[in-house]
Design a protein around this ligand. Structure first.
Ligand code: ZN
Length: 499
């Protein structure tokens, strides 16, 4: 009896599953395919946006980029926005579209939404739909959060896992990006996707194409063309390896979808392509060489191709790129910088630390730069008046923590500032490690409430690591207000866990 009943249940369940599948298929036939749930990534929405736009700011330094008002960029944006409009609000990203005057056929999209399309891709496409196919495929990687998921796979889930690289001198933002599968190399930027990511990006890209009114077949056509052509296509294909039977898989996927009148091409495409063919383009090799001399950063600025982070995204600028505008920042209201009593913990790789949840963690812009944890209003350009800096060094030949600390202070003072230790470094313990604590004083980047220059307290804590490197943390606030921040800073220090 029991057995029979179980058997009946099984049959019922199987039937129900088949019905659900059938319903989904019928639904696709009637109303068209829907984008899948992109699933969860170990990096938050905000972290992915920050990471991606940080990388985009790097692209503007390491590669030539056309200004936003160029006909190619204007056109790419039109197509991009049409594709992006198919994505439901709750899974949306701040997509941005830029064009690189590079000869080779390539395109890449960074986590969080910035996308770059090479001029070579525009000129190689034979229709708007083919170009849209490449862009839809790239957009699908962002939509499915492939880079962010990869970051979680390769290392421990943390936006700033790469600070391990920053601290130990092998990466900085580049290390971070590497952790997320984004690398700057001789070929420019490289994103390595797995074959299953590729299959997914094709499938999701096809849905985006369909919903935007393009024949998804064009996506497959362009890939096919690339592999047949060889020559300047290989970088794109090595970043986006063929998952196998690419064309057939797409054909199979779209076979059951309702008929639709697709747009193949447009006059705008023909115009943009014709104009693109007249542009001065650079090879990957020329771009890699120019990056070393800072050529692209200068050219981009001259051309008015300036990276702008979307509203609300903090992207730190490396010291070398900071220009003094001449003005002194306005006084900061205490209310705008006071730390919340709620702390949130972040795993930074070599350490984890808790920080006020109304402050922001800003990743280093380049190798060797500090990680900053600060209230938005406490930062002015490259200077921080309220907040915390974290970094690490491998001192040259220091034998003990006192020498390590001294060497670090010497280095900090060499930057042409008025940083002065106040007294001697004292022992301090954090995360079970004995380090040193040293109060220093300098000039705050922010004037006091009356607009007068004021002193700043810089509380330095150094913690030795077993490999001979030293992690250091600087807790910063104007001298007159330091005591209001001190309890939070002490809590932050207590929360530190070295790994
Ligand atoms: Zn891909």
């Amino acid at each position: 009896m029991t057995t029979n009943r179980v058997g009946a249940m099984r049959i019922f369940t199987a039937t129900a599953t088949a019905l659900v599948l059938l319903a989904a298929q019928l639904n696709a036939v009637v109303s068209g395919p829907e984008l899948p749930n992109p699933g969860k990534a170990p990096l938050t929405h905000e972290q992915q946006i920050q990471l991606g736009f940080q990388a985009a700011s790097q692209v503007y330094k390491q590669m030539p980029v056309l200004p936003d008002n160029s006909p190619e960029t204007q056109y790419i944006r039109q197509v991009g926005q049409r594709l992006a409009a198919t994505i439901p609000q709750q899974y949306s990203w701040p997509f941005e579209f830029h064009v690189i005057p590079q000869k080779e056929i390539n395109a890449f999209a960074l986590p969080g939404g910035p996308m770059f399309v090479n001029v070579g891709t525009i000129t190689a496409a034979s229709s708007e739909a083919e170009l849209a196919g490449v862009m839809a495929h790239e957009m699908a990687h962002v939509y499915m959060q492939h880079s962010a998921k990869q970051a979680g796979k390769e290392e421990k889930a943390a936006l700033v896992t790469g600070i391990l690289g920053a601290i130990l001198g092998s990466g900085g933002t580049l290390g971070q990006l590497a952790a997320a599968g984004v690398q700057f190399g001789a070929q420019g930027i490289m994103l390595k996707y797995s074959r299953s990511d590729e299959a997914q990006a094709d499938a999701v890209g096809a849905i985006i194409m369909y919903k935007a009114g393009y024949n998804p077949q064009a996506l497959a056509d362009f890939f096919k063309k690339l592999s047949a052509e060889g020559g300047s296509g290989p970088q794109f294909l090595s970043d986006h390896p063929n998952p196998g039977n690419r064309e057939q898989a797409i054909q199979q996927e779209i076979a059951g979808w309702p008929q639709k009148k697709y747009q193949t091409t447009s006059a705008a495409f023909q115009q943009a392509r014709a104009h693109a063919a007249t542009l001065k383009v650079y090879t990957a090799q020329e771009i890699a060489q120019g990056a070393k001399s800072g050529q692209w950063s200068a050219l981009n600025q001259k051309n008015g191709a300036v990276f702008k982070a979307p509203a609300g995204v903090a992207v730190s600028t490396p010291a070398s790129a900071t220009t003094t505008s001449g003005g002194t920042p306005a006084p900061v209201s205490l209310q705008s910088v006071l730390p919340s009593s709620h702390l949130t913990t972040q795993d930074l790789g070599p350490l984890s630390i808790a920080y006020p949840d109304n402050w922001q963690l800003m990743a280093p812009a380049q190798k060797g730069d500090d990680v900053r944890i600060a209230p938005q209003a406490g930062v002015s350009g490259n200077s921080i008046g309220y907040g915390v800096l974290l970094n690490g060094v491998k001192p040259s030949n220091a034998a003990n923590i006192d020498q390590l600390t001294q060497e670090l202070v010497n280095e900090m003072q060499s930057g042409g500032n008025d940083l002065k230790p106040m007294g001697q470094a004292q022992p301090i313990t954090a995360s079970g490690v004995q380090g040193r604590s040293l109060n220093m004083q300098s000039t705050s980047p922010f004037p006091d409430a009356n607009g007068q220059v004021q002193k700043e307290r810089d509380w330095l804590v150094t913690l030795p690591r077993s490999d001979g490197s030293v992690l250091y943390i600087v807790f910063i606030a104007p001298e007159a207000q330091f005591n209001q921040f001190k309890p939070t800073y002490e809590n932050m220090l207590r929360s530190v866990q070295l790994q």
